[in-house]
Structure formats: C-alpha cells, structure tokens
Design a protein around this ligand. Structure first.
Ligand code: NAG
Ligand code: NAG
Ligand code: NAG
Ligand code: NAG
Length: 188
C-alpha cells in the first residue's frame, strides 16, 4: 500500500515537472544573479553624410507630393543612409564603421529637424561587430544637439545613452555634411 502511494507520488511529481517544462515559454530571475557590472563608454567619431556625386551615402527614397517646411529638404522627405564613420573629420581618416538606416525631415517649420532611425555599427577595434541604436529627433539648425541612444548589440547589449552632435562641415548647395559625435553610453 505504502509502496504504491510512493510510486504514485513519484509519478505525479515527474508528471508535474514535465508539464511545467512543456507549458512555460518564460522564466524569471533576479538581475543580480547575472553578476553584471555596468560601465560607461565614451565614443568620439565623425559621420560623413554625402548626397552629391555618383556614390552618395544618403539617397532620397520617398517624398510627399506637397512642399512644406525647409526649402532644401521639405517636410516628409525620407533618406536611406549607409554613412561611413571615421576617427577624424578628414575623408582620409581611419574608417571605423558605418551608420545604416533612415532619416526623415520631420518639421513643417522652415528650420530643418530630422528624426533618425539608425544603427551605428563599428567594424574595427574593441567594438568590432557591435552597434548602437539611435532613435531620436535631431534639430539640425541648433549648434549642439542631443540624440537618444536607445539600445545596442554585441558589446553594447542593453546600452542606453546619448550623443552630442555638432556640424563640422555643411555644403548648403548639395547637402553634404560631416558631423562630429560624442557618445556617452551605459552598458554591461
Ligand atoms: C497629392 O496626392 C493626393 C492623393 O493622391 C491628391 O489628392 C492631391 O491632389 C495631390 N496634390 C498635389 C499638389 O498634387
Ligand atoms: C585631408 O588630409 C590630406 C592628407 O593629409 C590633406 O591633403 C587634405 O587637405 C585634408 N583635407 C581636409 C579637408 O582637411
Ligand atoms: C527657427 O530658428 C530660428 C533661429 O534659431 C529661431 O529664431 C526660430 O524661432 C525658429 N523657428 C521655429 C518655428 O522653431
Ligand atoms: C566632444 O568632446 C571633445 C572633448 O571633450 C570636445 O572638444 C568637442 O567639442 C565635443 N564635441 C561635441 C560635438 O560635443
């Protein structure tokens, strides 16, 4: 009698384990159990956003059929980018990565504001293969603007932070620009 109930108990116990493993798609644990240590990383680089010539790094992919806002880049114009990131402002400076994504002319006022949806990836050095995600308003006419960094990949997994951006060079005729970025990141 006792043996039977032990076996029955064991059977139910195994059953309940099996059911639990098969029926749950999630589990929880404390962040402390991961033994993560948060650190601060600063990045300094220049992005080359080139619209002119036969090898532009930014191309217009969509625009509305009305013209409102900034003259050169009216409200609603969307650009796809694959912009090189370099250590310095000279086009012969060392290439360290690229920013891929989109930006949108987002203001109906005459002051150009863009919203950026871009992944800044690094191709050399300590952060090779890692990238940060910028999803932010960028009021281009302000001397120094701040962009939000909302995440990252690889060594920048779970990153958050901000970028301070200054225009180093801008050609009013063709829209080519070189921008200086200082990025402050919290990550693990
Ligand atoms: C823009 O497109 C809309 C929808 O097709 C149309 O109704 C409107 O007349 C167009 N406006 C201009 C200025 O072409
Ligand atoms: C970039 O560097 C090259 C070689 O050092 C130099 O000749 C050129 O003037 C520099 N360009 C700019 C815009 O500083
Ligand atoms: C556009 O920028 C100028 C100069 O910074 C400023 O005086 C003006 O208020 C801005 N206009 C709008 C609509 O934000
Ligand atoms: C970035 O930081 C350097 C060093 O502190 C400073 O000289 C430069 O003006 C800063 N640039 C921006 C865009 O914040």
């Amino acid at each position: 009698m006792e043996k039977k109930s032990i076996l029955l108990g064991l059977g139910l116990f195994l059953c309940s384990i099996t059911i639990q493993v098969n029926s749950e798609y999630h589990s929880e644990r404390s962040i402390h159990s991961l033994h993560l240590k948060e650190k601060v990383t600063r990045l300094h680089f220049y992005i080359f956003d080139i619209l002119s010539g036969n090898k532009p790094t930014a191309v217009e992919v969509a625009h509305p059929n009305i013209t409102v806002g900034p003259k050169a880049t009216p409200f609603g114009h969307v650009y796809a980018i694959d912009d090189p990131l370099r250590e310095g402002p000279n086009e012969s400076s060392k290439l360290i990565g690229n920013a891929q994504g989109l930006y949108l002319s987002s203001s109906q006022s005459e002051n150009l504001t863009i919203v950026m949806y871009a992944d800044f990836g690094f191709t050399t050095g300590k952060f090779k293969g890692s990238s940060i995600s910028v999803f932010s308003r960028n009021p281009v006419s302000e001397p120094i603007r701040e962009l939000a960094v909302v995440g990252g990949r690889g060594k920048f997994r779970l990153a958050r932070g901000f970028a301070q951006v200054k225009t180093h060079f801008f050609d009013y005729k063709n829209g080519d620009a070189i921008l200086e970025y200082n990025v402050t990141l919290l990550h693990y």
